[in-house]
Design a protein around this ligand. Sequence first.
Ligand code: SF4
Length: 181
Amino acid sequence: MQFDRQAFEAVISQYPVFEYQFIETAELSFQPRVRIICERECERYGKTWACPPAVGSLKECESACRVYTRGLFFSTVAEVLDVLNMEEGLATRREHERITQDLGDYLAAQGLEVFILSTESCDICRKCTYPDGPCRHPDQMHPCLESHGIVVSDLVENHQMTYQLGGNTLLWFSLILFREV
Ligand code: SF4
């Protein structure tokens, strides 16, 4: 099925998406330094199926992404009372995740094959099954962009998008890779 950009733009315009761009998968770079930050600085490292090392080696992540030809890279804005309050900030990503899932579902329903990378780690289940059992919701679990070594700020800059708005706002980013089959 061919991607119908016009129809998709009519759909995405119904969502509170702040900015979006279509990208070519070929332009993505997969940086070991991002994975090093995951390992050294993120408390979610090794805690869910959506994080390294469960997502596979950097090479495996790159190969998984390169199967797809194009991607929709987009952001949404959340307002918080205190941008330094991690818990409050993380609570706002649910709406972003819902929009990400909806847009991915729409593309899949059009006959495209999709692979979604989103924000932070997965918190769908109160307690993740990792590493003892398989993921309970593999179709809803989306690894974060960083888990695949993607430098979000580079992607933002390359496409003249906004990385920060300042004030009491947060920007969340997702990348929905897709290909025509
Ligand atoms: S859906 Fe549940 S089991 Fe799967 S990664 Fe997320 S929290 Fe873990």
